[in-house]
Design a protein around this ligand. Sequence first.
Ligand code: HEM
Length: 383
Amino acid sequence: MPIDLEALTNDPHPVLRACRESSPVLWVDELDGWLVTGYDEAVQVLKDSGTFTVQDARFSTARLTGESMLTVDGAAHSRHRGAFAAPYRPAAIRQRLTEATRRIADGLVVARADRASIEVLSELAQPLAIAVLAETLGLPRTSAAEVVEWHHLLAAAFEADAAGRPAAVPTRALDELRSRVLETVRRTEASPLLDAATSGADPLTVEETVGNLAIMMIGGVETVEGMIAHAVQYLWRRGADPLAESPDALDERAVDRAIEESLRIEPAAARLDRYATTDIQIGAAQIRRGDLVMVSVSGANRDPRQFADPDTFNPDRANLTRQLGFALGPHYCLGVHLARLEAREAIFALRRHLPEAHLDVRRSETPVGLIFRKPRRLTLAVR
Ligand code: HEM
């Protein structure tokens, strides 16, 4: 079945529906691999990292940033991920970052309160994600402005590579990260994050630590922007605001469910790539060893066999927690609790300080992107 890549980038859901109806695991010539749009099939691929691995020379991440938890599987993956797990556990995030995240989100929104509008991506979501990341990493002598710069250098390399233009390794960002890591290792009062990575029974090397920090800088910004933008888009859509009818418009659980449902219906990380380590059959698909297998999270999250009436935004779904926006299996998002905290605080800050805000449809766009998805601009009129 021929696929229109432009449609898959700009308006993917009808294309993904047609793919799934043809076969939940479909060979796509234009992408030179298998596209998985069925929910059960996506779960099977993501859970089984022995058969569907990230560890393949074609996966550009390792070339661009060095080895990290996202480029290896098996025991090596457990070693990398184990080093960073503690500071990202829910209690650690709650204790260490709730107040800081709220302060940063409030500050960004209050700064727009006397203006006519706020552009949610550039004036709230991106600066929030970057400032929180700077806070999380706790690197010595590092300002949010430097983290912004490193993020842009890393993101530009990834974007060029994903667009089929072989990218140069983002050397300067990696060199600067390396020098901060070395400094942290030498200091006595290290950050909780790097402390965990560079001590213990089997500490990571400086290069391995840098690789993982670089992954967090990509994984922790682009996706947060998409997640916040999509949640705002659904919540502020005129006449379709499920919270407007809620007795307490700032009810935390209602906001969390709305965020989760917006992640189901429009996941910020839309496609996850794996490589088959062996010949394997899924349904009618005969996958060969070495084949690229692309899990379409956007497709799986709208599989009607799993989510009834999948194109409708419904935060009251009983099985909402099954959505795959943070993936599943060994590479399940490390930053999931931080991401949810950021989205919640961004929405609370908007509701607290800009109660009259409404979506300015003329200055807002729908999400685009093949792998990372977000709108180019999303504007709330403040009055
Ligand atoms: C809404 C925001 C976010 C979304 C939608 C998201 C989504 C994802 C997804 C889908 C994966 C799996 C990738 C794969 O299996 O190929 C992943 C992995 C990862 N995410 Fe996130 N992420 C978000 C925020 C964050 C944040 C804030 C951080 C924090 C630094 C983070 C750090 C990571 C890391 C380190 C991995 C690799 C985990 C591993 O390989 O074991 N993410 N994320």
